[in-house]
Design a protein around this ligand. Sequence first.
Ligand SMILES: Nc1nc2c(ncn2[C@@H]2O[C@H](COP(=O)(O)OP(=O)(O)OP(=O)(O)O)[C@@H](O)[C@H]2O)c(=O)[nH]1
Length: 302
Amino acid sequence: MSTSAGFVALIGEPNAGKSTLTNRMVGAKVSIVTHKVQTTRARIRGVAMEGEAQLVFVDTPGLFRPRRRLDRAMVAAAWGGAADADVIVLLIEAHRGITPGVEAILDGLDKLPKGRKVALAINKIDRVESPVLLSLTDEMNKRFPFEETFMISAEKGHGVQALRSWLAEQMPEGPWLYPEDQIADLPMRMIAAEITREKLTLRLHQELPYQLTVETEHWEERKDGSARIDQMVYVSRDGHKGIVLGKKGETIKAVSKAAREELEEFLGRKVHLFLQVKLRENWLEEAERYSEMGLDFKDGNA
Ligand SMILES: Nc1nc2c(ncn2[C@@H]2O[C@H](COP(=O)(O)OP(=O)(O)OP(=O)(O)O)[C@@H](O)[C@H]2O)c(=O)[nH]1
């Protein structure tokens, strides 16, 4: 059997159950990524394997309420992220039905390029009786031509396997996007990088060099129960290094402290965090390569 792999964009209103569903699919707690800073076009929530298929779940934060100009740019980017995915899953809450928020998403779906595969997942079915579900399914499918409708309870696990199997069948043939041996600790490494990136963003405000990435390069479990984490902050221009470091290294020290504290809280143990800042000039080209894969690691200063 040949391998397949692709991106699944989970969209839905806040609280629809996207994190709970991802955790179910991936089988581990991975999607704790904070949403305070909604700058990425698509971030990875988790990677799941189903037979020979690899499913990479991406999140497209900020599909809602474009009040200000910046918000509008973010909404556009969020939809871009969804459009890049191989399959889109719209998650709605059974007991809330077609809310104004769901309407707004449906309007967005209507505007997507034709031929996008979109499935509907009605979540929290444990909270309603079946007639409600049937009429909701009916109404939603009249409103948009969903490929499939799944009735699930992300929390209790009902219907999740059917959705997973279907998603696996939709993935295009090709090599896996993540090597198998990296999947296990990938979420943790990414979460750790995300935490540091968030602290950098909070600390730097407008000064933020907009082409900046954080990667977890090394993760070592120590015998005393603590973890040593080495991360690299990549900047695309030499001049940005100074901004990230700050006067006498003050900025990077404060960022490192804040990130370490959050990591310790998250992991529930002591963390030794080492940050380095490095210039990566060809980073823009790499970023373009990522966006071809449906990812965008750029910190867009939209
Ligand atoms: N009853 C019930 N509750 C659920 C179900 N799935 C998720 N929830 C609950 O719904 C709430 C929101 O779930 P999340 O997974 O955090 O929702 P989310 O879409 O990731 O939210 P954001 O990260 O804010 O976008 C949590 O309290 C979950 O426990 C379900 O199948 N049934």
